[in-house]
Design a protein around this ligand. Structure first.
Ligand code: C5P
Length: 223
């Protein structure tokens, strides 16, 4: 494989509640991070996985992932983008990188392959995308609606988000504020970001009800 996966997993998961960092919460006996690593490692193109662990939990994370020879663990940082930058710094020889949230623990291996394939075919960056079912509105600071974009032009974007490693490094070096995703940094550099079909299995686990939904998915769809 020619692909390195970076997994920022250092978030506290305040919206999920509980005392453990979100990536270490259990879903049917495995942590969210273990689920994410299982599926990334099962993608044939993936040759390395770098995890940014919650500060203080590095040793525990290393032990939990010790079954997987592809994994390197580093310490995360104060926001997602900084955690990604730390992981990227450990991949100096990477060709294609895929940045994946630990919180999207059930993302199937086929999505990793599809994103990597889009980069190999020449896209500057590639992201999994789903059509949105809600109408999305833009609001101002008072909550007053200022615009209603055409729904058919809108997509909900998931991870893994892929690009060439050198391009991601340049995008991080050029960023002066915090973006919510990596493709956003590539767009600011003028890069063309391609969408590939996403998956309902790749939904982000954020709120307590998402854990129940994820358990249900594991039980019915399986992995
Ligand atoms: O908070 P949010 O769900 O957007 O976080 C997305 C991903 O970024 C999660 O996997 C989380 O663990 C990670 N993260 C991180 N370092 C932080 C904050 C979030 O690695 N300081």
């Amino acid at each position: 494989g020619d692909v390195t996966v970076l997994i920022p997993a250092a978030g506290q998961g305040l919206r999920l509640g509980g005392t453990l960092p979100k990536a270490l919460r259990l879903l049917r006996g495995r942590t969210l991070l273990q689920h994410a690593v299982d599926r990334a490692a099962a993608a044939p193109s993936v040759s390395a996985i770098i995890v940014a662990a919650p500060p203080g939990w590095e040793e525990q994370v290393r032990q939990q992932l010790s079954w997987c020879p592809l994994v390197t663990v580093t310490t995360g940082a104060q926001n997602r983008q900084a955690s990604v930058a730390k992981a990227l710094a450990l991949a100096p020889r990477a060709d294609i990188v895929l940045v994946h949230d630990a919180a999207r623990a059930l993302t199937p291996p086929a999505i990793f392959e599809a994103v990597a394939a889009a980069i190999r075919s020449g896209a500057d960056a590639a992201v999994p995308a789903l059509a949105v079912t809600d109408t999305i509105k833009v609001v101002d600071a008072e909550g007053i609606v200022t615009a209603t974009p055409q729904r058919e032009n809108l997509r909900a974007i998931q991870t893994p988000q892929g690009c060439r490693a050198d391009l991601l490094a340049r995008a991080h070096a050029a960023s002066f504020d915090v973006a919510t995703d990596d493709a956003g940094l590539i767009e600011r550099l003028g890069g063309r970001v391609k969408t590939v079909p996403g998956s309902h299995m790749a939904m982000k686990i954020t709120h307590p009800a998402d854990m129940e939904w994820a358990q249900h998915l594991l039980d019915t769809v399986g992995d």
